[in-house]
Design a protein around this ligand. Structure first.
Ligand SMILES: Nc1ncnc2c1ncn2[C@@H]1O[C@H](COP(=O)(O)OP(=O)(O)OP(=O)(O)O)[C@@H](O)[C@H]1O
Length: 356
């Protein structure tokens, strides 16, 4: 097994006037699973293509292991690749598809057969070696593509939206399999997706992309619990964003809730919003110590089985919503009910407001 670290150092990519990547910086540790997550056009595929050698950086350096790869052709970079379209050779059997990278590298005979069978068994397709790609389901084809990408033991594996063509159930199943493969193979993986749930499920770290740069990079928990900006807070999951007003004596008041809070260092009320996730807001009996609490009226009750989503409006006029995960003994509230809501100030995250 081989595994490598990699890095982007101030990588810029221009297509004419379009800046697809803008002084992009990222260090990835050996064996790490890093996902590029972002909306269409944010530069995810460009970053991957520059790493793979399919596109050249306009400026900057890319390193895999201890060497710069900017002057190496793709086949010399020793990276495995899996794309959205399975890109299997339609005229070759499953066996020959998976054997292809090994044949290119000169492996023959019993050694080749043993490795192909082992790779097919790893993806649960040991009995499918003689089939043609056209005789496989979408999920099976994606597994063949995966086996082919990792069979030559690449230190780095690149995956560009590999599951986006699959239906939801199969996609979720394949996500768990990819996690298992990663634990088993241990190689460094760079994964591209615009599906935030997929990014949270799979990654050691998620790089949230915006306009060719990284808006925030961190563990799934860090970017969900501590988003650094309105952009990240809204892109990962859903959230309530409250405006702040500068109050007396340097304090802030939360707009619409009539609640006062201490200011956050390095921020000011005009460029900061307060993000509170819907699962952090809950009905409270009265004014519980240490809680931020306020009156509200329920405007919508959406039953979701394992949880209920409530929409409400605070007595100060702020719309908000919260989720109740229906623990033991909870009851369903009704639209129109007047309630007292609260959250722990530690669960309220100041985020930089988007300037748009
Ligand atoms: N070959 C090209 N010629 C011109 N512009 C390009 C080219 N490839 C990408 N771009 C532009 O560069 C920017 C980044 O594109 P990129 O494909 O990296 O985004 P992405 O985040 O992968 O998007 P998607 O999720 O839609 O695949 C976009 O504005 C895109 O239009």
């Amino acid at each position: 097994m081989s595994v490598a670290d990699l890095s982007f150092n101030q990588v810029t990519k221009r297509f004419g006037k379009v800046v697809a990547l803008d002084k992009f910086d990222l260090d990835v540790a050996p064996g790490e699973f890093v996902t590029f997550l972002g909306p269409s056009g944010s530069g995810k595929t460009t970053a991957l293509n520059i790493l793979a050698g399919f596109a050249a950086a306009t400026e900057g350096d890319v390193r895999i292991g201890d060497r710069s790869v900017v002057n190496l052709p793709p086949e010399k970079r020793n990276v495995g690749m899996v794309f959205q379209s399975y890109s299997l050779f339609p005229h070759l059997t499953v066996f020959e598809n998976v054997a292809f990278p090994l044949r290119l590298r000169g492996t023959r005979g019993a050694a080749l057969t043993a490795r192909v069978i082992a790779a097919l068994e790893m993806v649960h397709l040991g009995d499918y070696a003689a089939r043609m790609p056209s005789e496989l389901s979408g999920g099976q084809r994606q597994r063949v593509a995966f086996a082919r990408a990792v069979i030559f033991d690449p230190p780095v594996l690149l995956m560009d939206e590999p599951l986006s063509a699959l239906d939801l159930k199969l996609r979720e199943q394949m996500q768990l399999e990819i996690k298992r493969f990663h634990a088993q193979i241990g190689c460094t993986i760079i994964f591209v997706t615009h599906d935030q749930g997929e990014a949270l499920t799979l990654s050691d770290r998620v790089a949230v992309m915006r306009d060719g740069q990284i808006a925030q990079v961190g563990s799934p928990q860090e970017i969900y619990d501590r988003p650094n900006s309105q952009y990240v807070a809204e892109f990962i999951g859903r959230t309530n964003l409250f405006r702040l007003n500068a109050g007396q004596g340097g304090t802030w008041t939360i707009d619409g809730l009539g609640v006062t809070m201490p200011p956050v260092r390095g921020a000011n009320a005009t460029n900061t919003l307060l993000s509170v996730r819907p699962e952090k807001i809950r009905p409270v009996d009265s004014d519980e110590a240490g809680q931020v609490s306020f009156d509200a009226r329920l405007t919508q009750v959406i039953f979701q089985g394992d949880h209920v989503q409530y929409e409400a409006v605070s007595s100060g006029g702020s719309p908000l919503y919260f989720q109740d995960y229906r623990g033991p003994g909870t009851h369903l509230m009704k639209r129109g009910e007047q309630i007292r809501l609260g959250f722990d100030p530690g669960d309220a995250v100041p985020v930089a407001r988007d300037v748009a």
